[in-house]
Write a protein that binds this ligand. Structure first.
Ligand code: ADP
Length: 548
């Protein structure tokens, strides 16, 4: 017997429809390319998204077609999110920090017919466009007629103006209802090894993820919250925030391209931001700015940090110096991205060190997702906080197969997706990532956690950023190398750094060398590129021995 409850498909358009109807006057604030602030409301965003759906149809976009965006966080990008998916097409967000070669590979692979781009990406567009295989018909610049800039495009690709198209369209469009399993979004992993792979979200997975992410133990957004989207909308849908914040009726603050510490702090204070989310690199930049400028955060209460391991020193500094709670989350493009979340809680009898250790882990599993760690014997590892192995995940918003591949092809027979992360789960279900499997350092048959060593480095005075990578060693196979960048005006003494390690970790975990660099390379998603560092320093110890 079936239940007798209304059976309504989970549709992304219902999120913006809800916000327009019940939180119509709530603001969306965007910092534009020229630095100016633009203000609109959910009521207007919904009306313009319907208008934009009309534009898309005029451009020949049909349900199932992929429509690409190459854009910073702004109200226009938000309109695209809802218009494209709402009309049944697929919103394909492209990461503009990738190389022109990767961008053209991705556009060809997805066979996007139309691309919406910010005016700041002219060079990237002009380099990537000649490499396109003939699918792309039009590039629409996210601009008013006065803001249009020239772009040289191959014959057959039209250059159009967003606001001109919008002015010509009308709002007489009704959000259609269709199968909730219909594809809604496409996001490629940055492909640190091999070519990028596309993760194809559905209306169902996106709405379920948004509802789960708004749980009190997760983002827990509500009306009155002023949420700043520091994580870009081209990085796993800004971790779902353009859906969660809108569903909650929270105010959205979109910082555009300006993500340096001074710009972020300025916008946070000017717009009375209460909560924000982003990768550690951005928050390290914010912290450095606050410390040198003396500026305070007047209204920020919570910073959600994920994408890379959050150093405990960052959690402690924001808490102690600025009264801001850092909440650590883990996920990946393939998990939409939320998998685990470290919710603030009070644990009886816990001292400060144990509390920091608990908060530094990646958190407990959100309902809708399950995780497990599988050891080298192929069996699930016990939840003892020590036994580590491959982290696997399954749930309502986990990738089943990559774009172009058959459903289920990315999962094992029991439906588990192997994340490529190495983790351990403790007795309370708190999961800790110790490494990406390709970053693991294996010294004399023993594993060394690069993340743990990095966390120690950034807790030392004078060190702004750190990475630990494996270097080939004639006797131990691999040994850890520590690469560091100094804080402004600080001088790093490698011997003093190594002395600290000797006090804090087992002897064989102490790095074989400390190398001071002017800067560390970053990936397109703002994480330290260990691949680049591994390639550069792989033979460092062999060469050092040879030189001696
Ligand atoms: P990429 O950064 O490769 O573009 P993703 O954003 O999908 O792609 O990255 C997902 C990966 O980022 C995870 O598999 C994990 O290795 C890493 N990651 C994400 N969050 C955390 C975290 N809180 N701690 C440690 N690693 C994390």
């Amino acid at each position: 017997m079936l239940g007798l409850m209304q059976d309504r498909p989970l549709m992304i358009a219902d999120i913006i429809r809800h916000a327009a109807r019940h939180h119509g006057a709530t603001e969306v604030v965007s910092r534009l390319i020229d630095g100016s602030l633009h203000r609109t409301t959910y009521a207007v965003v919904e009306r313009r998204a319907r208008r934009l759906a009309g534009v898309l149809m005029r451009l020949g976009v049909a349900p199932g077609d992929r429509v690409a965006t190459l854009a910073w966080n702004s109200f226009r990008h938000l309109e695209l999110y809802y218009a494209i998916s709402g009309m049944g097409a697929v919103c394909h967000t492209v990461n503009p920090r990738l190389s022109a070669d990767d961008v053209s590979y991705i556009l060809n692979h997805a066979a996007d017919g139309v691309l919406f781009a910010d005016t700041s990406f002219v060079t990237l567009l002009e380099t990537a466009a000649p490499l396109l295989a003939g699918h792309l018909r039009a590039v629409v610049l996210l601009a008013s007629p006065a803001e249009m800039v020239p772009v040289t495009l191959p014959a057959g690709i039209a250059l159009l103006c967003y606001e001109t198209l919008m002015a010509e369209a009308d709002e007489a469009f009704d959000w259609p209802v269709f199968d909730e399993r219909t594809a809604s979004g496409l996001c490629y992993t940055s492909g640190t090894t091999g070519r990028p792979k596309g993760v194809l979200y559905s209306h169902r997975s996106t709405v379920l993820h948004a509802m789960a992410a708004n749980g009190a133990a997760v983002f827990g957004l509500k009306p009155g919250d002023r949420a700043m989207l520091v994580v870009p909308m081209f990085h796993v849908n800004a971790w779902g925030s353009p859906f969660t914040a809108v569903a909650a009726g929270a105010t959205l603050i979109m910082p555009g391209r300006h993500l340096d510490g001074a710009s972020v702090a300025g916008l946070m204070n000017a717009e009375r931001v209460s909560v924000s989310a982003g990768v550690p690199t951005v928050w390290l930049g914010l912290l450095a700015h606050l410390r040198t400028s003396g500026e305070r955060l007047a209204t920020v209460r919570r910073l959600i940090i994920g994408g890379s391991a959050c150093p405990p020193a960052l959690i402690e500094a924001f808490d102690r110096e600025y009264g801001v709670t850092v909440e650590h989350a883990w996920g990946m493009t393939e998990t939409s991205p939320l998998g685990t979340f470290n919710t603030p809680r009070v644990v009886e009898g816990e001292d400060a060190a144990a509390a920091l250790r608990r908060k530094s882990k990646q958190g407990t599993t959100i309902f809708g997702i399950d995780i497990r760690v599988v050891g080298s014997d192929g069996r699930e590892a016990p939840w003892d906080g020590q036994s580590s192995g491959d982290l696997q995940v399954r749930g309502h918003w986990v990738c089943s197969g990559y774009y172009g591949d058959p459903p289920g092809s990315a999962n094992d027979a029991e439906g588990w997706f192997t994340t490529g992360d190495v983790a351990a789960i403790d007795a309370s279900g708190n999961m800790e990532i110790t490494d990406r499997s390709k970053d693991v350092i294996k010294s004399g048959g023993e594993w060394i956690s690069s993340i743990l060593l990095e966390n120690i480095a950034v807790s030392l005075p004078g060190i702004a950023e750190a990475a630990v990578v494996a270097a080939v060693h004639p006797k131990w196979d691999e040994r850890p190398l520590l690469l560091v960048v100094a804080r402004p005006d600080a001088v790093i003494d490698p011997d003093a750094v190594l002395a600290e390690y000797r006090q804090r970790v087992a002897k064989y975990w102490v790095p074989d060398a400390v190398i001071v660099l002017d800067e560390l390379p970053h990936t397109a998603t703002g994480k330290i590129s260990k691949l680049t560092l591994r390639q550069r320093f792989r033979n460092y110890l062999l060469e050092r021995t040879a030189a001696e």
